[in-house]
Design a protein around this ligand. Structure first.
Ligand SMILES: Cc1ncc(COP(=O)(O)O)c(C=O)c1O
Length: 386
């Protein structure tokens, strides 16, 4: 059978284990999944009820940049919660933040230009950078330094001519690190000195523990023209399936990005945008109750992982643990697949988060408490026989 021509660009995309892990989870019902990065909670009921009511009115395209009602609501939220003062022209509504990041990379980069990507970091960045024919440059993060970005290490990875974008993600997937305002000020100076645009991915802005505070780097003095800020409804409102996110930044850039977004998607789903307007006025008790349940699970999983010989830092935000497996194996992928085959517990190999994730596995605690308990017992038994 003729399978058609496949582009070199596609053939060169990095090999990822995630699809194979998902396939095995779907096939083998005995596997407990600590794999996916998706809230296990349903979307809050008032949002579902509102969506049902609005569905007949949602059958048309919206304005590609996003419905004005939603962009106005986002402007208010950005001012109140992120200390970012913009107009609806500075906002674009997208199909999740993944599409926003892709459209922004398309608008910002010429082929071969470089994007600085802290590693371990979210697995969605590198393929998107590859797809726009730009080059990722990994900036190492280490557990000794709490997976915090170090500005001197960052400077050593900058190429004055080629480095155009720096991606930050706080609270961070997979490490749970939350950047302090002081560190952001330092990084902001490095970005300005090197004429780089910062992409600030704030997908987990509301998922914070033990008094950790979220700061948007775009709110710092003088950063308005240097930062694109990415937010999503996926995590805060358990709305992953609605594919709704947004990006704010300099008006001229958002205007350019809107062209890419328009040609790729024609706009985010109208029903999702309508629900998004409602979500932004939803009582905060819905987010708070999800976060307190994540915290309860976090307090279960972190001490147990440490006890069973997988050194793990306490996450300050997001809903993942990132554990050192080197006492048992040097190969994250092999370890993770063996754990899935023998103990029936699915985790994500650290190497999915870039080369500096080698020697680690990620567990998601966006999974029911009792499932996490059982998974930990199975992991303990597996490690005893290693
Ligand atoms: C750090 C980070 N950014 C962006 C995304 C993409 O989320 P969405 O496209 O659903 O907004 C994810 C999803 O897991 C993520 O973890």
């Amino acid at each position: 059978m003729h399978e058609g021509h496949i582009s070199e660009r596609d053939l060169q995309l990095p090999h990822v284990e995630f699809p194979e892990i998902s396939r095995r989870i779907a096939l083998d019902k005995k596997i407990i999944s600590l794999g996916p990065g998706e809230p296990d909670f349903p979307t809050p009921k008032p949002l579902i009820d509102y969506g049902k009511k609005m569905l007949p009115k949602a059958t048309h395209y919206s304005e590609p940049q996003g419905m004005i009602e939603l962009r106005e609501a986002i402007v208010k939220k950005l001012y109140k919660e992120n200390n970012i003062d913009v107009t609806p022209d500075n906002v674009i509504v997208t199909c999740g933040s993944q599409e926003a990041i892709f459209s922004a990379l398309l608008a910002a980069l010429d082929p071969t230009e470089q994007v600085l990507v802290p590693s371990p970091g979210y697995a969605g960045y590198v393929p998107a950078i590859d797809l726009v024919s730009a080059t990722p440059v990994f900036v190492p993060l280490s557990r000794e330094n709490s997976f915090e970005l170090n500005s001197d290490v960052l400077k050593r990875h900058i190429d004055k001519q080629k480095s155009k974008v720096l991606i930050l993600n706080s609270p961070a997937n997979p490490t749970g690190n939350v950047m302090s305002k002081k560190l952001m000020e330092e990084i902001a100076d490095v970005a300005i000195d090197n004429d780089m645009l910062i992409f600030s991915d704030e997908a987990y802005e509301h998922i914070l523990y033990d008094g950790a505070k979220h700061v948007s780097i775009g709110s710092l003095n003088g950063m308005e023209d240097h930062v694109l800020t990415f937010h999503t409804f996926s995590k805060s409102y358990a709305m992953c399936g609605f594919r709704l996110g947004y990006c704010t930044g300099p008006k001229k850039f958002i205007h350019e990005m809107n062209k890419d977004h328009h040609y790729i998607t024609l706009g985010a789903p109208t029903i999702s945008q309508m629900i998004g307007v409602k979500a932004l006025t939803l009582d905060k008790k819905y987010i708070n109750s999800m976060v307190s349940e994540y915290k309860r699970r976090c307090d279960l999983i972190v001490p147990r992982l440490n006890e069973i010989g997988l050194p793990t830092l306490q996450p300050k935000g997001a809903f993942y643990t990132f554990s050192d497996i080197t006492q048992y194996s040097k190969d994250s992928s092999k370890f993770s697949f063996e754990l899935m085959e023998k103990a029936k517990v699915a985790t994500i190999p650290g190497t999915e988060f870039g080369p500096y994730g080698q020697g680690y596995i990620r567990c998601s605690f966006a999974t029911a408490y009792d499932k996490i308990e059982t998974a930990l017992d199975k992991m303990e038994a597996f490690l005893k026989n290693k």
